[in-house]
Design a protein around this ligand. Structure first.
Ligand SMILES: NC(=O)c1ccc[n+]([C@@H]2O[C@H](COP(=O)([O-])OP(=O)(O)OC[C@H]3O[C@@H](n4cnc5c(N)ncnc54)[C@H](OP(=O)(O)O)[C@@H]3O)[C@@H](O)[C@H]2O)c1
Ligand SMILES: [Zn+2]
Length: 341
């Protein structure tokens, strides 16, 4: 058994990172201790880093795109998970089967599910602890730094695309070509859609085409709703930008019965013209990442179809730099911490 001290990066309040040393302990009942190999840096980490959580003065370790190896198992974990197995942990940190939602099989809405890296410590560390119910089995051929972003960014856009079913060949748009969006383009292409990437400026046009987009809309040069209508109207738009205002002009770009799936979490609201919803029966709805089991299906689909996160990899000591690359929108496309470097 691995023992002793490990390094972790904590945040307290507004943007202050600190590297601390902690000591391993036995995992509590129902949990495992994981030796972290890699952890992606997701835009949702702003909740931890900028203190948008119940007690921002309490230190928390951010990070919820975790791949590692089980070092120890707590009481009651059962035979399903063994020391030495490779596992992943996403944002939803494992259901409590006693809750009312879980009893209905609605694990996503489990009221007791820890939010990894926000409500409980996450993966900006050499070691983390997680509920066994939140563990994702990692295929042996999936390298940790390469695979980590699939556990939140990938799962979120994959589930969003599946929750707004469109026939293969449909026009499907992905807005915001960052960590989520660059994967969204690849999943949409792999699902057989005609894919439109929507981003600000022309800088990402070539990259979007390389990721599989058939068309590109620069939302700073043209009204993206009108541009989508010129292409025939979108059956589905997956909106990933952390801006409500940037999503409002997308809605008139939906085809009749088209669906805007909101996954980007923004401080400002989306504005919707009632007539855009009424005529054509368009819908706007949100989608939250997904469960551990859905994540295993997601990994299988991604590997099968060559969906690959384009990463900038940093050692744990450079967590603040990795976070800055992400939050400034400069990372191409996902910053990942490799704790073994
Ligand atoms: N629903 C869920 O379960 C879930 C899961 C994970 C993340 N999220 C949320 O999804 C969002 C994206 O996360 P991420 O990790 O992909 O972030 P990211 O890597 O920072 O990418 C976000 C992209 O959105 C675009 N964008 C940002 N600000 C914008 C603005 N003001 N107007 C228009 N476009 C803007 C940018 O793309 P362009 O420069 O190409 O326009 C940027 O690359 C965040 O809000 C995050 O919290 C939600
Ligand atoms: Zn995330």
């Amino acid at each position: 058994m691995t023992t002793g001290a490990y390094r972790a990066v904590t945040v307290t309040g507004r943007g202050r990172f600190e590297m601390v040393e902690r000591r391993r302990h036995e995992p509590p009942p129902g949990q495992v201790r994981i030796g972290v190999e890699a952890c992606g840096v997701c835009h949702t980490d702003v909740l931890a880093v900028e203190g948008r959580r119940p007690d921002p003065s309490a230190p928390v370790v951010p990070g919820h795109e975790i791949i590692g190896v089980i070092e120890a198992v707590g009481d009651g974990v059962g035979p399903a998970w063994r020391v030495g197995e490779r596992v992943g942990v996403g944002f939803l940190g494992g259901q409590d089967n006693a809750c009312d939602f879980c009893r209905r099989g609605d694990f996503v809405n489990c009221s007791d599910q820890p939010r990894t890296g926000t409500g409980v410590d996450g993966g900006y560390a050499e070691v983390t602890y997680a509920r066994a119910t939140g563990l994702v089995r990692i295929p042996p051929d999936l390298e940790a730094a390469a695979g980590a972003p699939l556990l939140c960014a990938g799962l979120t856009v994959y589930n969003a695309l599946l929750s707004a079913p469109a026939r293969p060949g449909s026009l499907v748009a992905v807005q915001g070509i960052g960590g989520l969006g660059h994967l969204g383009v690849q999943y949409a292409r792999a699902l057989g859609h005609r894919v439109v990437a929507i981003a600000r400026g022309t800088g990402k046009a070539r990259l979007a085409a390389e990721l599989g987009a058939h068309d590109y809309i620069d939302s700073t040069a043209a009204d993206p709703g009108a541009a989508l209508q010129a292409l025939g109207g979108a059956a589905v738009i997956v909106a990933t930008a952390a801006s409500g205002a940037s999503m409002s002009p997308l809605i008139p770009g939906l085809a009749p019965r088209g669906q805007l799936v909101v996954v980007g979490a923004a401080p400002d609201p989306i504005q919707v013209a009632t007539t855009d919803l009424i005529f054509g029966g368009r819908t706007v709805f949100g989608s939250v990442t997904g469960t551990a089991i859905e994540n295993e299906d997601n990994l299988r689909f991604a590997l099968e179809h060559g969906v690959r996160s384009h990463n900038e990899v940093f050692p744990l000591s450079e967590a603040p730099k990795a976070y800055d690359r992400m939050v400034s929108g400069e990372a191409r496309f996902r910053a990942v911490l490799d704790t073994r470097e």
